[in-house]
Design a protein around this ligand. Structure first.
Ligand SMILES: C[S@@+](CC[C@H](N)C(=O)[O-])C[C@H]1O[C@@H](n2cnc3c(N)ncnc32)[C@H](O)[C@@H]1O
Ligand SMILES: [Zn+2]
Length: 401
């Protein structure tokens, strides 16, 4: 029923594929305990984040499943960890996994997550929330249970509502309007952080986003909380709206409680999304620390992602170069060429982990369009010179051939 694997530096018993069991709600599902190998990167980064905090923390793995994350944190960081799951099968497996690694720094409980949080207010420095779908139902109690300088690690796998596929579900859960667009993943992640900031403010907490990433089917954010009404108000000032024109792909954003009435310079209609977080979603210094702390992990993808995140300029949203090229009816231009051309014009520009063809820049849309056309004509003239040269070479060599 279970097989042994190694993840990071930790031995784990995880369900064999194809085994069956019951969920907390009593439904039949494929395996008795949840373990998703595709979330390894999430757990890798979480271990590195805990190591990068460089202080003793009591870590709560609120929704542990097989215990993969909490057991890894306990083993790979040496911190005290409490693991919890409502499923009895999960708790039995967590206990086996703790014994397998000879851990004496873990405790385990078999409780409803919200009840546990309510009983243990102020007991944890780091609370990890890794639910099926949305984390919203655990956020209020987590904010009350976390220590006043603690950290919340939040995963959301409900990317479809947050990315605007199901706007009604997004409004229902997050009280905000999403945006189906080429940068919908960043909008979705910022909606999640914005929701956390609004929830934290109710309990006089401000937040700072230490690190965040959008990977495959989920968003992950690490938020440091700060107690105090002023901190809460300062966080709320980072909330606002994004305005997007589908016709010319222009986007603007602005802070404020309410959206403004704006229209795009091309006479197109602006679509509005929010309220969302417009503050920083990465702390570059902290990210570098996380990269350093991930040295022992063997998966090069983890380091690559962290490096990329730490080098991204922290400007909300980005241009998808292929999308802009399509609007301009030109062929696609390599992303690195566009970045170079924007830098030559004196703007900042970097790739973004949100999209392979995305560019974050402080250049306005019309400059991006101008640079694309310029780069294209440069590439075409280069190509024309190459073709003429090749034809000339062929003419010279043909008689010999
Ligand atoms: C997505 S899994 C957790 C995965 C795990 N963090 C990992 O890295 O493998 C969610 C877990 O939450 C548990 N769960 C769901 N609702 C719960 C609740 N209200 N209280 C406690 N546990 C709950 C489920 O039994 C399941 O094991
Ligand atoms: Zn427009």
């Amino acid at each position: 029923m279970y097989k042994e694997i190694i993840e990071g530096r930790t031995r784990l018993l995880v369900p064999e594929k194809g085994t069956f069991g019951r969920t907390v709600a009593g439904r039949i599902k494929r395996s008795p305990v949840f373990y998703n190998p595709r979330m390894k990167l999430n757990r890798d980064i979480c271990c590195s984040v805990v190591r990068a905090l460089k202080r003793d923390v009591v870590f709560l793995d609120l929704l542990s499943g097989s215990g993969a994350k909490g057991i890894r944190v306990a083993h790979e960081t040496g911190q005290s960890v409490h693991l919890n799951d409502a499923s009895e099968d999960a708790v039995a497996l967590i206990e086996k996994n703790a014994r397998l690694n000879g851990l004496d720094n873990v405790t385990v409980s078999n409780e409803n997550a919200n009840l546990l949080l309510q009983k243990r207010y102020g007991s944890f420095d780091f609370i990890d929330i890794d639910p099926f779908g949305t984390p919203v139902q655990f956020l209020d109690n987590s904010l009350m249970a976390v220590d006043k300088h603690g950290v919340l690690g939040i995963t959301a796998t409900d990317t479809a509502p947050l990315c605007g596929v199901y706007p009604a579900a997004c409004f229902r859960k997050y009280g905000a309007r999403p945006l189906r667009s080429e940068f919908c993943h960043e909008v979705g992640l910022r909606l999640l952080v914005g929701y956390a900031a609004r929830t934290a403010a109710k309990y006089s907490y401000g937040i700072r986003c230490l690190l965040s990433h959008s990977t495959e089917h989920y968003f992950r954010v690490y938020l440091k909380v700060f107690k105090g009404k002023k901190k809460a108000d300062a966080s709320l000032e980072e909330l606002g709206y994004v305005y997007y024109c589908r016709k010319c792909l222009e986007h603007e954003y602005g802070r404020g409680y309410l959206p403004e009435l704006k229209s795009c310079g091309c006479d197109g209609r602006y679509e509005v999304a929010g309220p969302l977080w417009l503050g920083r979603i990465q702390d570059a210094v902290f990210c570098k620390g996380v990269v350093r702390m991930s040295w022992y992990l063997t998966d090069p993808g983890t380091e690559r992602l962290l490096e990329m995140i730490s080098e991204e300029i922290d400007i909300p949203f980005y241009y998808d170069i292929h999308r802009v090229c399509r609007v301009l009816r030109t062929s696609a231009i390599p992303t690195d060429e566009v970045i170079q051309a924007l830098e030559d014009e004196g703007y900042r520009a970097t790739r973004t982990h949100f999209s392979k063809t995305g560019i974050k820049t402080d250049a306005p849309a019309e400059v991006v369009r101008g640079v694309l056309l310029m780069t294209l004509s440069f590439l075409i003239s280069h190509l024309a010179i190459m073709i003429t040269t090749l034809q000339a070479v062929r003419r010279i060599h043909l008689p010999i051939l």
